[in-house]
Design a protein around this ligand. Structure first.
Ligand code: ADP
Ligand code: 5GP
Length: 189
């Protein structure tokens, strides 16, 4: 078994931004491409951002036990970590990077135990979270309302993670993440 790094956060905290910065700097980390039953957004590409499944195909994969974990993250929309992704990335000797919702992150930590480092990306405030979601410009106002409402619950789960990184200043948050991973994987180059 190799190592895994789990990033979870309320949507809009800047988790994807931090993960991208990490992946650009350190080639030993590789992103686990999840499957989802939602439609692609903006310039998202199949097999790169997500494996885009129909709802029926997603449920077929569930029945075939092809997921390490999966969840209906938003009503009617499922997301899951494919076993094939875990095997593919470990076969290359890379460290897996998961970007999953808060419940998925807690579940993955339970599954991978001490081979996993779980990081909760915390927004400076709920107001700033809403501001970032509005600024990102990818979600309709009612979707933003749903994400903010969910954030209130998700924030209560932060203590269940190995580390909490507050993403106020982005560069500082990335540096703090690098320091955490330096300890977890051994010196990063
Ligand atoms: P998540 O993956 O957690 O949903 P994103 O990485 O998509 O969040 O970030 C949400 C929005 O906030 C994006 O528009 C991103 O550019 C912006 N953002 C990320 N980090 C910061 C930060 N430290 N300060 C201000 N804006 C940020
Ligand atoms: P989005 O629709 O904004 O891409 O993602 C919505 C939420 O689903 C995010 O919190 C994201 O981290 C989460 N997510 C993405 N992939 C997975 C996965 O494989 N499992 C779980 N549990 N959540 C996921």
């Amino acid at each position: 078994m190799g190592k895994v790094v789990i990033f979870s956060a309320p949507s809009g905290s800047g988790k994807t931004t931090i993960v991208r910065a990490l992946l650009e700097r350190f080639p030993q980390f590789e992103f686990s491409v999840s499957a989802t039953s939602r439609a692609p957004r903006g310039c998202e590409r199949d097999g790169v951002d997500y494996h885009f499944f129909t709802h029926a195909d997603f449920m077929q994969a569930v029945s075939e036990n092809r997921f390490v974990e999966w969840e209906e993250v938003y009503k009617g929309t499922c997301y899951g970590t494919l076993r094939s992704e875990v095997e593919r990335i470990w076969a290359k000797g890379h460290v897996i990077v998961f970007d999953v919702d808060v419940i998925g992150g807690i579940n993955l930590k339970r599954i991978f135990g001490s081979d996993a480092c779980s990081i909760f990306v915390m927004p400076p405030s709920v107001e700033e979270l809403r501001h970032r979601l509005e600024g990102r410009g990818t979600d309709a106002p009612e979707v933003i309302d749903r994400r903010v409402a969910k954030a209130e619950f998700e924030l209560t789960k932060a203590p269940e993670f190995d580390h909490v990184v507050v993403n106020d200043d982005l560069d500082e948050a990335v540096e703090q993440t690098v320091r955490i991973l330096d300890t977890f994987t051994g010196p990063l180059r």
